[in-house]
Design a protein around this ligand. Structure first.
Ligand SMILES: *[C@@H]1O[C@H](CO)[C@@H](O)[C@H](O)[C@H]1NC(C)=O
Ligand SMILES: *[C@@H]1O[C@H](CO)[C@@H](O)[C@H](O)[C@H]1NC(C)=O
Ligand SMILES: *[C@@H]1O[C@H](CO)[C@@H](O)[C@H](O)[C@H]1NC(C)=O
Ligand SMILES: *[C@@H]1O[C@H](CO)[C@@H](O)[C@H](O)[C@H]1NC(C)=O
Ligand SMILES: *[C@@H]1O[C@H](CO)[C@@H](O)[C@H](O)[C@H]1NC(C)=O
Ligand SMILES: *[C@@H]1O[C@H](CO)[C@@H](O)[C@H](O)[C@H]1NC(C)=O
Length: 438
């Protein structure tokens, strides 16, 4: 039974890998057909996908023509940058736990979304649910209401004022990207950034909001620690659980804010190394190598990353996992889907299984790292962004089959992992703003 679960997780891993494919907004239909073929090939050959990913843009390099920019050229006017002192920002009372609450319906006439796929050019192709024909817009008519306060709507000018002259790094996997793109869409009302990336690698982007001198970077690091795909054919990974990933380690020390997240990739079959020695594995099926399970690697990798981050002179926001459990009617590769059109009530579901274990490990490791940082007099501020419970209630917010055209032969892959943009994931940034105001 335990090994059945591991097998499921291993196959699930391939699913999440597939979902990283980035396709540019202007793809033609024949190009999409190519993507479909690529997806099918890569289900069997993940390394091919690894190469393919690198070539696709993650963020637009310029605002689309349809974007409503303020009049005048974007480089000649700073009239839309409001002085910090001119704004008062709605904030929640200190004693309010913004992560505990429920989703409540918003009356139709108040259900103005922050942006659409026409006003935001950086929506990841597979999360552009409107484009691919999602028929029900009901999932946009809910807002998160904490138990003891109201969560203010995202205030883009206030956010940009707050982060003026500062920098924010996202470290993690495709859900970190989902989060970043939501933030960029929310901010696009005020300003569109320039892509100032120093590398062609699409998994490492840096954008700059020049009127606010605000920088956002994203660092691809799905395991947070050093990882190497040692066996491309079998998808086996070597994880160096006590080595923070060099992909972000040195780079983030200059950032004012680092948003850290990871979970899904630990489902991949992997070998675990500590102090350079093989200590165990997850679903490697190698005789003599103890299967310590993905619960071990996820916890130790988090501990390692948090320990390394506890030395930076900035704020570290640890976002707890986005639920992995929203497939219904089958596993992801056996017809499982997420077709609900409304959120769960707070009493209709509860965290369980892998979600519960990952969440508990993340919270425990965060708590330990926070205490250690405080005891050592570190300048690092560690904040927990406890989004798992809120998102657990939103099985209706995923692309499901609206992450691609209906005629594409990828019907096995209903996406119940990532989030539609716009969608409930935008609440992460409403929460982030409140956390950074504190
Ligand atoms: C995270 O949020 C959930 C739901 O509100 C709650 O049960 C849990 O105790 C929270 N964890 C922490 C560490 O705040
Ligand atoms: C946005 O969604 C609409 C459907 O609501 C679709 O017709 C259009 O092609 C999409 N546009 C972009 C740029 O994705
Ligand atoms: C922009 O912000 C960076 C820090 O992120 C700072 O070093 C730089 O001096 C700022 N530039 C201007 C023009 O204010
Ligand atoms: C990563 O794995 C490949 C085999 O796929 C191997 O050739 C390479 O040496 C490994 N790299 C490191 C740094 O261990
Ligand atoms: C859930 O809560 C709602 C409102 O608080 C209540 O009406 C409903 O009966 C509850 N459902 C269950 C299954 O407890
Ligand atoms: C879709 O792809 C699968 C796997 O390659 C294949 O077995 C199936 O026949 C295809 N279906 C259609 C409608 O092309």
């Amino acid at each position: 039974m335990a090994s059945d679960m591991s097998g499921y997780q291993a196959r699930f891993a391939v699913f999440t890998e597939k979902l990283q494919v980035v396709t540019p907004t202007a793809l033609s239909l024949p190009a999409l057909a190519v993507v479909a073929v690529v997806l099918l090939v890569t289900a069997r050959c993940p390394s091919f996908l690894g190469r393919y990913e690198q070539e696709q843009p993650i963020v637009g390099t310029s605002a689309p023509a349809s974007l409503a920019l303020p009049s005048g050229s974007s480089s000649s006017s700073s009239s839309w940058s409001v002085p910090a002192t001119a704004r008062s920002v709605a904030r929640v009372p200190r004693e309010c736990d913004i992560f505990r609450g429920e989703w409540v319906p918003v009356p139709d006439d108040e259900a103005a979304t922050y942006y659409t796929n026409a006003t935001c050019a950086v929506i990841q192709e597979h999360q552009n649910c409107m484009k691919y024909g999602r028929p029900d817009l009901g999932f946009l008519r809910w807002r998160w209401r904490p138990e003891r306060c109201e969560l203010p709507r995202f205030d883009a000018p206030a956010f940009l004022d707050l982060v003026r002259g500062r920098s924010l790094a996202f470290v993690g996997d495709s859900l970190a990207r989902n989060h970043m793109q939501s933030l960029m869409c929310l901010l696009s009302k005020v300003e569109y950034p320039k892509d100032v990336s120093k590398t062609a690698n699409q998994e490492f982007r840096t954008v700059h909001y020049e009127f606010h001198n605000f920088t956002i970077s994203i660092f691809w690091s799905p395991f947070l620690v050093t990882a190497n795909q040692s066996d491309p054919a079998g998808g086996l990974w070597d994880l160096y659980l006590d080595e923070p990933d060099a992909a972000w380690l040195a780079a983030v020390s200059g950032f004012d804010y680092v948003v850290l997240s990871a979970a899904n990739w630990f489902t991949r079959p992997s070998m675990f190394y500590e102090a350079g020695r093989l200590v165990g594995c997850h679903f490697c099926l190698v005789p003599g190598v103890p299967d310590l399970t993905l619960r071990y690697s996820q916890r130790v990798a988090f501990r390692t990353a948090l320990r390394a981050l506890s030395t930076i002179d900035g704020t570290v926001v640890v976002r707890t996992l986005s639920p992995t459990s929203h497939f219904e009617g089958g596993e992801w590769d056996k017809g499982g889907d997420c077709r609900r059109t409304r959120p769960y009530g707070a009493n209709e579901t509860r965290m369980a299984g892998l979600d519960l274990d990952f969440h508990a490990a993340q919270v425990e490791e965060f708590t330990k790292a926070e205490a250690a940082a405080r005891a050592s007099g570190s300048a690092t501020r560690l904040l927990l962004m406890n989004t798992t419970a809120a998102m657990l209630l939103r099985p209706d917010g995923h692309p499901s089959r609206y992450g691609h055209w209906a005629h594409e032969n990828v019907t096995l892959y209903n996406d119940c992992v990532h989030w539609c943009l716009p969608g409930p994931v935008d609440v992460w940034n409403e929460m982030l703003l409140q956390m950074l105001l504190d």
